[in-house]
Design a protein around this ligand. Sequence first.
Ligand code: AVJ
Ligand code: FE
Length: 435
Amino acid sequence: MLRDRLERDLERARARTHALTDIDDSELTQQHSPLMSPLVWDLAHIANQEERWLLREVAGRGSVHEGIDELYDAFLHPRASRTALPLLGPDDARRYAAQVRTLSQKVLQSNSFDDELTRDGFVFSMIAQHEQQHDETMLATHQLRAGPPLLDAPEAPREATPPERERVLIPAGEFEMGTTDDPWALDNEKPVHRVYVPAFALDTLPVTNRHFARFIDDGGYRRSDLWSDEGWAHRCDVGLEAPQFWNRDVDGRWWRRSFGRGVPVHPDEPVVHVCFHEADAFARWAGARLPTEAEWEKAARWDPETGRSRRYPWGDDDPGPEHANLGQRHLGPAVVGAYPEGASPLGVHQLIGDVWEWTSSGFDPYPGFRAFPYREYSEVFFGGDFRVLRGGSFGTDQVACRGTFRNWDHPIRRQIFAGLRLAHDVPESAEAPDV
Ligand code: AVJ
Ligand code: FE
């Protein structure tokens, strides 16, 4: 039932928030990276957003905590300046979050889901998605943090069933991009519209560490011809030489820091922590390119049998642990080929989960876009210096991940759990699925 499901989604988000914030006060209040908020900010911001939408907008309730809204307004204070604010301390932030949750649970229980905001449970799901998005951001903060490990999880799957082919042809034609009906879709995923996508080929697996290390060894970071002008300028500016968190030992073996542990770089895992410019240069080196957002979504949703678009590569069933590496069950990507049951009808694996995939597309509205319920979720970012990422990572919860879901970030960012997949042009005459 809808109510139970929303309750579970909110509870799952809160359990995860606890797992990420049940740490020493000083870990919560310090600035682990200028790119990130102190964790205690995320915690109270999650509660403040829940208060705003579920208690004030839906239930018409007054303030739970007077005078703090502006502290937790992401647009008023840049992340790097937030430790200087008179933020709620760890205990007060926890108390505030618990207080808001107790009240919002009652709102959920008595709501009749009969206005625009609450229809099909939308705003409750939006708040669960918001908390999960911040949980993924907090997970990235944990990854940036120095010091001994604070998080633990079983190792991601290590056994692979490799796909039959290295790449598949996605035939030319229209498909339904975006959605109008998905009750939990956020505004930028709407409305559904038909898009013609010329034939292209797509790799059945994300780019692996093995492949990426070859790019490094082949001088990929030193060859300006492989980079866009903007990418090369950035590469020189900050001295990029390998994915973030990678280090080479005296024997030439790659290691990476993963949530406070040094681990060997696994050759068969998807590469993660590369920025758009690195992904773009890698693709050029490989004689390929990044997919457009429309190509990615067609590969993930289009069902060649019916011509319809589905919610996930495997169909419309909710993601299970057999389909995809989602929800921070593991603290890293699984090896490529670990989720054969999550493959698309054409045989593309791991489109959902493991690592976000950079696309070549900027973040723009679909035709007929309407900001809902607030402009600051998507609209204010359209046309900015962003690239769209698709598919979710090991740190993305299923409530905030589906074939239509759009993420975006600046092309220089690499603290997010992002990798890439290669797309290829095909001759116009190409029709056979073997390319
Ligand atoms: C969609 C991940 C880009 O974290 O900036 C959280 C999500 N929006 N609070 C972000 C979001 C408002 C957003 N991203
Ligand atoms: Fe937020």
